[in-house]
Design a protein around this ligand. Structure first.
Ligand SMILES: NC(=O)c1ccc[n+]([C@@H]2O[C@H](COP(=O)([O-])OP(=O)(O)OC[C@H]3O[C@@H](n4cnc5c(N)ncnc54)[C@H](OP(=O)(O)O)[C@@H]3O)[C@@H](O)[C@H]2O)c1
Length: 257
């Protein structure tokens, strides 16, 4: 049987790495990228050097159109086809909207919106005849207020809309497109974003999340694997909220209130 191939953007750490792990466990070859963290990428490649499938990782800034193409060109040259495209990487300038400059908006949307559109176009070309799956990672800033997340939340809301449109337009090609919307994630970007408040906010999230803990991405990867399976073919253009029930909780629903 032909080896299956995946692109997972931003897969050297956090949720992306959990997705890479689960794909590798299923024998899928993975091509991933990072923006600048070469040290973690080196460690990541060491970790997967003796994995049961091949893992490739290189630097490519997905805010640059040419570098999105470079990622897909790599797969085209090496394999000539693609089975899974997981759009996971995201970045923004975490600032109140009053301090946002046009270049912050441009950069955030370049990664999450323009990069995703180009990625889906290139994936379509490589997924022909492969029954391909595209999964985008959104975020809870689309449906709830998160301080300094205004621009990223807007870009992710646009991403969820693109998922619906691509799902319909690519369905005739047997390519399935969906998204996962996580709540709080205990990952590097959260630590950077929350700084000194990280531990206390993590603890609070553990207390208020109905499932009783937070995830470092494993539970998100579980949902991504389901959406990558043929059992999810009838789910088309949906954003699945995977947050352990966090988004149902209002302060008055907390114990002792
Ligand atoms: N963290 C949360 O609480 C949270 C909640 C809901 C949704 N999400 C979403 O879940 C996804 C994963 O988040 P995470 O917290 O797991 O991320 P993470 O651990 O911070 O990892 C992000 C990865 O994306 C890469 N990346 C960032 N900007 C890039 C760019 N311009 N070009 C190429 N690669 C880029 C990073 O590269 P470097 O390693 O080189 O920096 C890193 O490898 C994101 O889409 C995020 O918006 C996160």
């Amino acid at each position: 049987m032909k080896t299956q191939v995946a692109i997972v953007t931003g897969g050297i750490k956090g949720t992306g790495k959990e997705i890479v792990k689960q794909l590798v466990d299923r024998g899928v070859d993975v091509v991933t990228n990072f923006r600048k963290d070469q040290a973690t990428a080196d460690q990541f490649l060491k970790e997967f050097a003796s994995a049961k499938s091949k893992v490739h990782a290189f630097q490519a800034d997905l805010g640059e159109e040419a570098q999105v193409h470079r990622l897909f060109d790599y797969v085209k040259e090496k394999y000539g086809y693609l089975n899974y495209y997981i759009a996971n990487a995201a970045a923004t300038a975490f600032k109140p909207l009053a301090e946002i400059k046009p270049h912050h908006i441009q950069r955030t949307f370049a990664i999450t919106v323009t990069g995703f559109v180009i990625g889906c176009q290139r994936a379509t070309e490589l997924m022909t005849g492969q029954n391909g799956k595209i999964v985008a990672i959104s975020g809870y800033d689309t449906h709830t207020y998160l301080p300094r997340h205004g621009v990223l939340g807007a870009a992710k809301a646009a991403l969820e809309t693109l998922v619906k449109y691509f799902a319909v337009e690519l369905a005739p090609y047997k390519i399935n497109v969906n998204a996962v919307n996580p709540g709080f994630l205990a990952t590097t970007s959260t630590k950077i974003y929350m700084g000194e408040f990280y531990e206390s906010i993590k603890k609070l999230n553990e207390e208020i999340t109905p499932r009783g803990h937070v995830t470092d991405g494993k539970e998100i990867a579980d949902v991504v694997m389901f959406l990558c399976s043929d059992q999810a073919n009838w789910i088309c253009g949906q954003t699945i909220r995977a947050d352990g029930g966090l988004s149902h909780i209002q302060p008055m629903a907390l114990p002792n209130h």
